[in-house]
Design a protein around this ligand. Structure first.
Ligand SMILES: Cc1cc2nc3c(=O)[nH]c(=O)nc-3n(C[C@H](O)[C@H](O)[C@H](O)COP(=O)(O)OP(=O)(O)OC[C@H]3O[C@@H](n4cnc5c(N)ncnc54)[C@H](O)[C@@H]3O)c2cc1C
Length: 437
């Protein structure tokens, strides 16, 4: 079957890999200069199979309000009055208050993540080293008793779902991460020993090359601008080429400056366009209330390996993730509702530097680190959108929010199963594309 995949982020490329291995003819179209240049570029690098959770937690409204008034609180709103922000906030609040939804979504996410863990094993050839990947575990560190209580609660939930985890006292936390000698308090930690890390950008580019070698056709600097619909099917799409981007490939291309649009016929479409899926789905009669939830990262080479993290730490005091990526370290944080505003304020980066210094002082000089900002394609409840769309030949694999890198391998495989008429490996109820209408 001829399949058109929209989007060459980690989700689109893992989907392309799953489909080409099943014998389909795959074309991937992306508006940017290459693979993984949007959200998949600078994320926290955690393949956090035991640490996936829905966005709309029952206590999210209170937490968000408290965070708004603190410099360190992760939750920020910088354009509260835009209709899109207000709609997203209202839908998220409704989901967070919907009885039983959080627990059901959490269980579904953990099941999907577990499936993804297995699918990743097959994907990690060529070896881990080419994308600075490893499986040394993910540790959440609590800095006070309240955070410990919350982690104990989480541990009980993991226990009931049979997910491998370990409770660590403060000494064991420091044994797990011997470089963690900073002044930040340590009250305890929860370790997911089988979780992994890796540079999502490098991985995606490596897999895109492997896809090309198997015959997948990539069209970069090309946007989908419109669809041709007939008799409940998508028959094809209008594509617009863009001129090369002098800004290095991440800025939004100017559609008007490209060649005239051309038409591409297709048997099947898979929408993997991350934060832009909402606009692309609207002419198809689908309402996808995906919001671009902004985050920031700083990446630096390591100066002193003995003082650096071995794997990845989620720090409860700053709500920051600190991840080892080979010879580099990355600090990531913030969930900010700012629309598609790409500005990187120094005050956000300063908080990330403080978070790092409180745990791993002397490991790297974050004064010269590479700053990045990206947008999590977030759904109001949190689980991604995975399954059949309105048209008979439309599949959706989008809205991956906080965990697209972790879930990508499993979701690509599930798209393959659906396309080939197989029963999907897991129940897809929590991920249904129609759940917001
Ligand atoms: C700060 C931060 C930290 C994160 N940390 C983690 C983590 O540790 N672990 C984890 O699992 N996840 C993490 N994530 C989330 C993860 O990065 C995303 O879920 C994932 O990258 C989404 O991948 P994607 O392929 O769906 O989207 P993207 O990577 O954004 O790809 C979508 C692609 O679609 C293309 N596109 C859009 N519109 C069109 C169009 N009209 N025509 C053609 N192409 C189009 C875009 O150019 C883009 O390349 C983090 C995210 C952020 C922001």
């Amino acid at each position: 079957m001829n399949v058109l995949i929209v989007g060459a982020g980690v989700v689109g490329v893992t989907t392309a890999w799953a489909l080409v291995r099943r014998g389909h003819q795959v074309t991937v179209v992306d508006r940017l200069e290459g693979a993984a240049l949007e959200t998949s570029r600078g994320n926290a690098g955690q393949r956090s199979y035991g640490y996936v959770y829905p966005w709309a937690a029952p206590d999210m409204v209170g937490k968000a309000l408290r965070g708004l008034f603190s410099r360190y609180g992760p939750f920020k709103i910088t354009n509260p009055w835009s209709p899109r922000t207000l709609q997203f906030l209202a839908m998220s609040a409704r989901c967070s208050l919907s009885h039983g939804l959080y627990n059901a979504s959490h269980a579904a996410l953990l099941e999907l993540a577990e499936f993804s863990r297995h699918c990743f094993v097959a994907l990690e050839e060529p070896p881990d080293a080419s994308f600075d990947g490893q499986h040394e575990g993910l540790m959440e560190v609590a800095d006070n008793q309240a955070a410990c209580t919350a982690l104990h609660q989480k541990a009980r939930r993991l226990e009931s779902l049979g997910i491998e985890h370990e409770w660590l006292n403060p000494d064991a936390v420091r044994q797990q991460e011997p470089g963690m000698q900073g002044p930040g308090a340590v009250a305890g930690g929860l370790l997911m020993p089988a979780d992994g890390t890796g540079d999502c950008h490098r991985f995606t580019r490596m897999l895109a090359q492997a896809c090309e070698a198997r015959g997948v056709h990539f069209q970069y600097r090309t946007s989908i601008t419109d669809w041709y619909l007939d008799d409940g099917h998508i028959r094809g799409a209008w594509l617009q080429r863009h001129p090369p981007d002098p800004g290095g490939g991440q800025s939004a291309p100017d559609v008007k400056d490209g060649d005239s649009p051309h038409y591409l016929e297709t048997d099947q479409v898979v929408l993997c366009a991350g934060c832009m899926s909402r606009e692309l789905a609207r002419p198809l009669g689908l309402s996808l209330p995906i919001y671009p939830v902004k985050g920031y990262s700083l990446t630096s080479t390591i100066d002193d390996a003995a003082k650096a993290p071995r794997s990845t730490v989620v720090d409860h005091a700053y709500k920051a993730a600190i991840t080892r990526l080979g010879e580099r370290v990355r600090v990531t944080g913030f969930v900010e509702l700012a629309g598609f505003q790409r500005h990187i304020p120094q005050r956000r980066l300063q908080v990330l530097r403080e978070a790092f210094a409180s745990r791993f002082p002397g490991a790297a000089d974050l004064g010269h680190a590479e700053p990045w900002t990206g947008f999590r394609p977030m759904t109001p409840d949190g689980p991604p959108i995975l399954g059949w769309g309105q048209q008979k030949n439309l599949l959706l694999n989008t809205g991956h929010g906080t965990f697209g890198w972790t879930l990508s391998a499993g979701c690509g495989e599930i798209i393959g199963q659906l396309l080939d008429g197989e029963t999907p490996a897991i129940d897809l109820g929590a991920f249904s594309p129609g759940r917001f209408t």
